[in-house]
Design a protein around this ligand. Sequence first.
Ligand code: PEP
Length: 252
Amino acid sequence: MRQKIVAGNWKMNTSIASGLELAQAVKTGLEGKSLNDVKLILAPPFTHLHAIEEMIKDSPLGLAAQNTASEKSGAYTGEVSAEMLASAGVGYVILGHSERRKYYHETDELLVQKLTRVLEAGLTPIFCIGEELEDREKGNHFELVKSQLKNGLFHCSPEDFAKVIIAYEPVWAIGTGLTASPEQAEEMHAFIREELSKAFGVEKANACSMLYGGSCKASNARELFAQPNVDGGLIGGASLQADEFIRIAESF
Ligand code: PEP
C-alpha cells in the first residue's frame, strides 16, 4: 500500500502569527477525524518552521520546507541547509517546484545536489516535475517529464529512491485555476510509474507515492485522488484555508 499524502505548500504567504493560526486551525480541525491513513503535511516559509514544529509535534501532521541549499554548510549567505532543517524538526523538503525552476533558475543538476543534501540529512524529498503549457501543446510533455526524472532521480540508488515522494505538477495548472483532468493526471502518473519501473524495478515503482499538484481543491480532489496512480496532492492556494485543506484530505 502506498502512503496517501496531502501536502500544503504555503509558498511566500502568512506572517509567523497568521501561519501559527493556520497551523493551529488545521491541527484542531483534524481532532477526532480519521482520515483513512492520509498523511497531512504543512510546508510553511522557513521563518515559521520551528514555531510550527513546536505546535504540531504532538499531532499527526508532518512538516516540510519549501526548499533547501545545495551545499552542506559554510559561506553561502542567505542559504538554509538540510541539516538546519532537520534540526528545526522538519521531516520533508519540497525540491524543484516549478516556481524555483522558473524564477530561480534551478536546473536538474542543482536539484541533484539538493536531493543529495536532503537524503544525507535523513529528510524526505518531495520532488516536483511537470511540463509547461507549451510542452503539452507541442505534444512534448511525456518527453519533458521523462527527462526531468532521468536527470533528477535516476542516479539514485534503489534505497535512496525508495525515500522519494514525487509531485507531478503541470506548470499550466499551478495557481491558474486550470486543473489537469483526472484522465490527464492519471495518464501522466501511470507514465511516470512505468518509467520508474524501468529504472528501479516494479516493486520500488509501485511503492512510490505520487502526488498531483495544480489548482487542486476540495471540489476536484475526489476525482483526482480516485485515479489508481494518484496518491494524493501537493496543494498551493487551497492549503491557506484550514477547512478547505482538511476537506481535500477527506476526499480519499
Ligand atoms: C503548488 O504550488 O504546488 C500548487 C499546486 O499550487 P496551486 O494549488 O495554487 O495551483
